[in-house]
Design a binder for this molecule. Structure first.
Ligand code: SF4
Length: 324
């Protein structure tokens, strides 16, 4: 029996990989073979289209929550910028340049447990101007949602809601005590009920095991998530996790490959922190990933959109025409 070949065939025939098989794959003696099998699965299920989206950090810092990895919690002393609303012109500048570069989706992201209802009209005026000037589609990532706010966002033209589970349910309380993993699941369900599609993933490199990552991939699968951002933990001075060692590239590649085996029909997006993997970070896109969040991340600098696109084209990915 060849575990990798048999699992690959089973997935292409429509079978779902079990927790036990994923664990065996994680321990496969030839990891480069696992990565390239995941790349073939990506091509088989998702083709060569690359999925680019971008983020505008619409509100930054000053957050009441205690997420241990996050620079934006008011409980940590960090250098993260603090503002209640991004300057409108600056946000438009980012939106126009991303649209011109070929980015398809734009997310307004706000720090905080939940966006206040009273703030939504200001975000709406930004979405409206972006809609007038570009063909960008809209996402939002505004913390926990109730039914009313979800309905307001959907009415504003937000077609996808983002809320990371961050880590497997069994680990969550180690990293955050002010809200729960179940609060996030409830938010995703509320967003779906309002008609938005879902985007949810997590952070790897928080000290969790490969088994925990497999658990997260299974939880996302159970929720039917088809857009999965994977962040690489960025140790930020002033946060309780500032001293965590960096995630080795090989572990990141194996994690991406396992997410592809467990979620063959999802867009797996490399998000914040991938630059920490060094010059070989693009190998994630030859190990199952087929999307990225480009430009400047929330509190860590990303690579330029043009650099990303040029490299990805060389790897055989294709892009929709520019959305501006
Ligand atoms: S991850 Fe979100 S909720 Fe948690 S501290 Fe950061 S901004 Fe606040």
């Amino acid at each position: 029996m060849d575990l990798l070949r048999d699992t690959f065939s089973a997935v292409t025939a429509g079978a779902a990989v079990s927790r036990e098989t994923a664990l065996l794959l994680a321990r496969h003696p030839d990891q480069p073979k696992l990565w390239s099998a995941a790349d073939r699965l990506r091509r088989r299920f998702m083709g060569d289209l690359f999925h680019l989206c971008s983020i505008i950090n619409a509100r930054s810092g000053g957050c009441s929550e205690d997420c241990r990895f996050c620079a934006q919690s008011a409980r940590h002393q960090t250098d993260a910028p603090v503002y209640a609303m991004i300057d409108h012109d600056e946000a438009m500048r980012i939106a126009r340049s991303n649209a011109a570069a070929g980015v398809v989706r734009l997310s307004l992201v706000t720090s905080g447990r939940a966006a206040e209802e009273s703030a939504l009209p200001r975000f709406n005026s930004l979405y409206e101007q972006v809609r007038r000037e570009t063909k960008l589609e809209f996402c939002a990532s505004m913390g926990l949602l109730d039914q009313r706010k979800a309905g307001m966002l959907a009415a504003m033209g937000v077609s996808r809601y983002h809320c990371n589970l961050e880590t497997a349910e069994r680990c969550f309380a180690e990293f955050c005590t002010t809200h729960t993993w179940q609060d996030k699941v409830a938010t995703l369900k509320t967003a779906a009920a309002a008609g938005m599609s879902l985007c949810s993933g997590g952070i790897i490199g928080l000290g969790e095991s490969m088994e925990d990552r497999i658990e997260l991939a299974l939880e996302l699968r159970a929720l039917g998530i088809r857009s999965i951002p994977l962040n690489i933990h960025t140790p930020i001075s002033g946060t309780p996790l500032a001293e965590l060692p960096p995630l080795p590239l090989t572990e990141a590649l194996t994690t991406v490959a396992l997410f592809r085996f467990l979620n063959p029909e999802a867009v797996i997006r490399m998000a914040g922190g991938r630059q920490l993997l060094g010059p070989e970070q693009h190998r994630c896109f030859a190990a199952g990933a087929n999307g990225a969040i480009v430009g400047n991340y929330l509190t860590t600098a990303g690579c330029s959109v043009a650099e990303d696109i040029a490299r990805l084209r060389e790897m055989g990915f294709v892009f929709p025409s520019a959305a501006a």
